[in-house]
Write a protein that binds this ligand. Structure first.
Ligand code: ZN
Ligand code: ZN
Length: 854
């Protein structure tokens, strides 16, 4: 209000410390691929403000400071760092990360008075002091931004800044030649994380004052989309928003050094308190500097591309570059400074566009190759399914050999041609993989030409209206799955459609009670994706309610079991009661832990021991239960629920319960549909037992219903994942949910527990599906192939949606969507193994070697 100018600085994703500082100090947004190198080493050498300065003194964390010291030439950058160990989250008071910096700066200026050489260095021009204050970020991670510790830390930094300013001004005798810039590398979410693209992460403060900076400007009205001005009561003080990379050229301009070489920042001239001539000349230099990067990039690309294939950037040909530069010069000569500035801005925007054009020049070519590979791979999996399940080939093997010889020759020829083409253009080795991989895949597909032909003739016998109808339903289903990655409520839409499904088939007329319970649980489950993401609204009473429901359900099951079996074996009854007891125990532990933590009394040791015991037993107890289908599944549910309750903080505790109720109904529904098809099913569901035989090898043809089953499985897996959370809740864990197990920060343990919490719904779905596979005699190999086809089609979608610049649906999310879908098949194999183990293994306490295999 009294001294400087301000605004919001907009950062880009990923909102991590390293890319944030690179944008601030070097003026460019680091390539996302640096993620793969853990943000540690410099993927490329780059120029920075610190390198351009005469001298720079910096204090703070070793991770950040050494990054800029390393890239600097000569010894004009001095760094003072503490050891990396002091950044421990568990440490008692991390504000010492900030007080350390303040103390060192104080000592430094005190010592400078008695050190002649240092004193003369400090009185040079073009020098930078960089104070890196890590305390607030560390406190936010450890205690969340709403905590007292966080707010106290802000107070401390505020007071520290005041002292620093007065020390500097005192040292230089109030000469008014120091400019101050106060900003941050990134923000933080309410739950203490950063990295993604939420506004609370991408918006940072930008406050600047001192030499060369405009004084506060009063304005009557200003328009911004957000409510910050009102919230901060700054409506009448001019706010000027900037991009984070613009800060680098601003700082360079303030101390009068060249713009950093790789900077793409645009000088925010409105912040400058200087002559119009200076602003116009600076803007002109800025434009030339960015134009030069564009020219270099174009030359590099031109050199490695075959001349007749090179397509230059059309919006900025050489004649236009010269024209704009000449015009801007003449404007400056004629003292038309505003026109010159806006012309330079236009040139900068065109050059930046061209820069990104050449940066992504090969994208289209590579994308075509990746798509080709995908399509080939998907059709190969599809062919495998058809080949092993339809009796298509009718003994016409003679003709097959001849075309395959021709085919292999032409494939080799294409491969050699592609490799030669890439060699001529001097492409990196990864290009060879992208371009050559589709060749053998398509060779494998085309070799099965006979099968394709037979399949097409088979399709032609199906009435086209049927065919188109099924295709539409299939496409719609996949689209819903893809959309549900972005909008969780699409899962609700899908579940509503599931609820209506019995009416389309004859299920409704055949089995009313099963249909009704299917509809009921589908609708109930449909409510979950509409609720907020896990951890935002803790409510311990909902967790207790979930526990009570589990107990009620298990009482019902218990009575029905006792009724059905006259000779209910003591051992089984005991196990059932023991599992109920563990649910009761976990409810008690959760309740007492949360109330004790609320009173700041820490985690009671007894609670911690019980929690770990319950977790350990939950994996063993189901193996003791009988292998008959329902008893085993229910025992698994009880065990997993007792762990899940311990890991829950709110409504999500109800989720696995509702999900597995739907799964139970699903098993019965599948049994019904099987009978509908007229397949005689000797066994009733209740009498089916899980068996140890590795796979149902019994050969049976594949029906359309099996495709639907595979789709249901994928849909339920996606629901298990997104039903209570989204990507943000996966990469930024809610630590409160592991407090029953440990409260000391240990990333590995906490990560493992959170992983288990995410996996529990998956395990429930997979165990149920194991039962479905068993009752419908579906072979798991063809099931995996079908899931592979579905997930590949989804992956192709996400491949086109991968982004390399940020908004709310940002880079990180788009890449992790892609990775999740791609790894779905692998995860499925692992989960299937786990479910198989859980459902079929039988442990015996008394060691009676009684075979249960028939
Ligand atoms: Zn940071
Ligand atoms: Zn951080």
């Amino acid at each position: 209000m009294h001294e400087g100018s301000w605004g919001l600085s907009h950062t880009r994703v990923p909102t991590e410390s390293r890319p944030g500082h690179v944008a601030l100090i070097a003026g460019f947004y680091e390539d996302v691929s640096a993620v793969a190198k853990g943000w540690k080493e410099n993927p490329v050498e780059f120029d920075s403000l610190i390198n351009e300065s005469k001298y720079t003194w910096s204090w703070g964390s070793p991770d950040i400071l050494t990054m800029f010291a390393k890239g600097a030439y000569g010894d004009h950058v001095f760094t003072y760092t503490y050891d990396a160990d002091s950044e421990d989250f568990g440490a008692h008071d991390v504000t010492k990360l900030d007080t350390w910096v303040f103390d060192k700066v104080k000592e430094f200026f005190h010592a400078a008075r008695n050190n002649q050489s240092l004193f003369s260095k400090l009185n040079e021009e073009k020098i930078v002091f960089f104070l890196h204050l890590l305390g607030i970020d560390t406190n936010g991670h450890a205690h969340r931004p709403s905590s007292r510790e966080y707010k106290d830390n802000i107070k401390l930094v505020d007071a520290g800044m005041k002292e620093m300013v007065s020390i500097l001004e005192h040292f230089y005798g109030n000469d008014g030649k120091t400019a101050f810039i106060f900003t941050s590398d990134h923000g933080m979410t309410d739950w203490g994380s950063h990295g993604a693209g939420h506004p609370s992460e991408t918006l940072t403060p930008f406050v600047t004052w001192g030499a060369g900076i405009k004084y506060p400007q009063k304005v009557s009205a200003q328009k911004f989309d957000d409510a910050f001005l009102k919230e901060w009561r700054l409506e009448s003080w001019k706010r000027q928003d900037i991009h984070q990379a613009d800060i680098a050229p601003l700082m360079a301009s303030l101390i009068g050094v060249p713009f950093p070489l790789n900077s793409v920042g645009i000088l925010p001239v409105d912040y400058l308190n200087n002559t119009d001539l200076f602003k116009a000349e600076s803007m002109f230099t800025n434009a030339i500097q960015i134009l030069e990067q564009f020219k270099v990039k174009m030359t590099q690309k031109k050199e490695v591309t075959l001349p007749f294939l090179f397509i230059p950037f059309k919006l900025l040909p050489e004649s236009k570059q010269l024209n704009i530069v000449r015009k801007a010069r003449s404007y400056i000569k004629q003292r038309k400074y505003d026109e010159a500035v806006s012309l330079c801005k236009e040139l900068i925007h065109l050059a930046l566009k061209g820069l990104s054009y050449y940066h992504t020049y090969d994208r289209f070519f590579l994308a075509i190759n990746v798509v080709l590979g995908f399509l080939g791979w998907t059709s190969y999996a599809f062919l495998l399914i058809i080949k092993s399940h339809f009796n298509l080939t009718r003994g016409v093997n003679k003709e097959v050999k001849k075309p395959s010889h021709l085919l292999s020759c032409s494939c080799i020829a294409i491969g050699v041609f592609v490799a030669f083409f890439l060699l001529l253009q001097d492409c990196p080795w990864t290009y060879y993989i992208y371009c050559l991989l589709p060749v053998p895949i398509w060779y494998a597909v085309l070799r099965e030409f006979q099968v394709i032909q037979d399949f097409v003739t088979l399709l032609l016998t199906v009435p086209p209206s049927y065919f188109v109808g099924y295709l539409l339903v299939f496409i719609l289903g996949i689209e819903i799955l893809v959309l549900s990655f972005f909008y969780r409520y699409m899962l609700t839409a899908g579940l509503l459609a599931f609820a209506g499904w019995p009416f389309i088939t004859q299920l409704w007329t055949r089995a009313k009670s099963i249909s009704l319970s299917w509809i009921f649980f589908s609708l109930l489950l449909a409510a979950f994706p509409l609720m907020p993401v896990v951890g935002r609204k803790p409510d311990i009473f909902l967790v207790m309610g979930a526990g009570l429901l589990v107990l009620l359900l298990s009482l019902c099951v218990l009575t029905s079991l006792i009724k059905r079996k006259d000779s209910f074996i003591n051992e089984e009854l005991l196990l059932h009661l023991f599992q109920m007891l563990s649910v009761v125990l976990s409810m008690c532990v959760t309740y007492s832990t949360h109330s004790s933590l609320r009173k700041k009394q820490g985690l009671p040791l007894l609670n911690q021991i019980i929690s770990w015991l319950i977790l350990a037993f939950s994996l063993v107890l189901p193996l003791l239960s009988p292998t008959s289908l329902f008893e085993r599944l229910f025992s698994i549910l009880l065990s997993l629920m007792s762990t899940y309750i311990l890991l829950s903080t709110g409504y999500e505790a109800l989720f696995p319960l509702v999900l597995s109720c739907l799964m139970f109904v699903w098993i019965q529904v599948e049994q019904e549909t099987l009978q509908q098809r007229g397949i005689s099913c000797k066994q009733k569901v209740t009498s089916v037992r899980f068996t140890c035989s590795t796979d149902i090898t019994q050969f049976r043809q594949l029906y359309l219903d099996d495709v639907r089953r595979a789709f249901f499985l994928v849909f339920f897996l996606v629901t298990a994942f997104f039903g209570t959370g989204n990507i943000a809740s996966v990469n930024s864990f809610d630590l409160a949910s592991v407090y029953c197990f440990l409260t000391v920060f240990s990333p590995f343990m906490m990560g493992a527990l959170m992983m288990w919490k995410i996996l529990i719904p998956f395990v429930l779905v997979m165990c149920a599906f194991e039962a479905v596979q068993l009752t419908t005699q579906l072979s798991s190999k063809s099931l995996f192939l079908m899931v592979l086809v579905i997930s590949d089609i989804m992956a192709l979608h996400f491949f086109f949606l991968v982004k390399d610049y940020g908004s709310w649906l940002d880079i990180g999310t788009s890449i992790s969507h892609y990775v999740i879908v791609m790894s779905m098949t692998i995860v499925l194999v692992f989960l299937n193994g786990l479910a198989h183990l859980l459902t079929t293994k039988k442990l015996r306490l008394c060691g009676k070697p009684k075979s249960h295999l028939i």
